[in-house]
Structure formats: C-alpha cells, structure tokens
Design a protein around this ligand. Structure first.
Ligand SMILES: [Zn+2]
Length: 188
C-alpha cells in the first residue's frame, strides 16, 4: 500500500525544519459556509486517513494543510487496518473543547509526526467539543476515556502542540538514543 506523504518533525535521523515549522503553526479556521477550497481540504484529509492503516487519527497540519480539521477512529481502536465505515470515524471541522471534566489520567501517546517515540501525557478523561461536521452542520460531542485522549491529541495539533511539548516521560528505542538525546538536549 502506498502511503501518502505525512509531515514529520524528524525522519531518517534528521530534523525536518520546514515540516516542523508547519506542524507548530496554529491552524486557521475554516470559513462558514465552506468554500470549494475548504471542501477540498476536508476531502484530502479524509482520503488520506481512509487509505492509511497506521493512524488512529490525523489532523490536517500533518498532511501540510494548516486548517482546523481532524479525523479519528471512534471505535475498534485495537483493530488493525483501514477504517471502512463512515460510522467508525468522526471528522470535526473547527473543533473547540468547551469543557474538560473528570480526573486526569496518564497514558503513553505516540504520533505519526513524531516517529519512534512515545510520551506519557496527563489528560482529563472527559471532554465536550463543539464543531462542524463535514457538511458544515453544527455538532456537539462528548468524548470519554481513550476517545477523549485521541480528540485532545488531534485538537492539540491544530494549536501547533505536539506530544513532545507536553511534560512527561519520553521514551525512544535504545538504538536511536544518540539522535534523540541530541535533539532533545536543545529544548529549554
Ligand atoms: Zn499526532
């Protein structure tokens, strides 16, 4: 399966400065009603996500589109392979977390844009989100548990926040220690 290009902060032992800069951008709101350009961006993210078998979720900046669109599995997280049914994923445009509830829980997160590492991140276990669906209709959602974590991770991307920006233990494979020690030692 050919995978579509994905923006990453690093790859093959080097930092990708331009891609990292884009990933760090705050994404722009999609104008309402959607214009043809926005509709194209929404479709591009959906197509990319639906042809991948390695993503729980994807945010538009990860494919080089600095706009507020995210897509993610809403069930069957353990299942490998592509998402086939429209009811198995959520696509949110201009999502906004309106409420965070529940105790914070720490869990390990990975990200396709930060390959080979995971970070232990503390997040609330329940969030309420206001957004638009792919057709521009207003939706209100409540997410709990693991799904609440995924949503917060994807919305972080729209703010230019990556897993490495969170405080928490960071893990990487021993054989790549030299590279990661080098890049993370530069962080303040
Ligand atoms: Zn991510």
């Amino acid at each position: 399966m050919t995978k579509k290009k994905l923006w990453t902060v690093w790859s093959d032992g080097k930092v990708n400065r331009e891609e990292a800069a884009l990933l760090r951008n705050k994404a722009a709101d999609i104008p309402v009603p959607f214009d043809p350009e926005s509709a194209k961006c929404i479709k591009a993210l959906m197509d990319n996500f639906l042809t991948r078998d390695d993503a729980l979720g994807l945010a538009a900046p990860q494919i080089g589109i600095s706009k507020k669109i995210v897509i993610f599995k809403n069930k069957n997280f353990e299942e490998k392979g592509r998402v086939k049914n429209a009811q198995d994923y959520d696509l949110l445009v201009n999502p906004r977390i309106t409420q965070k509830r529940g105790e914070e829980e720490v869990a390990s997160e990975g990200c396709l844009s930060c390959p080979d590492i995971s970070v232990e991140i503390s997040r609330p276990t329940e969030v309420k989100v206001k957004a638009l669906d792919q057709h521009g209709r207003k939706i209100n959602k409540r997410y709990t548990g693991f799904l609440a974590r995924i949503v917060q991770h994807e919305i972080d991307h729209l703010e230019g926040i990556l897993i490495i920006d969170h405080e928490g233990a960071l893990y990487f494979p021993k054989e790549k220690e030299e590279f990661f020690k080098k890049i993370f030692s530069k962080e303040p």
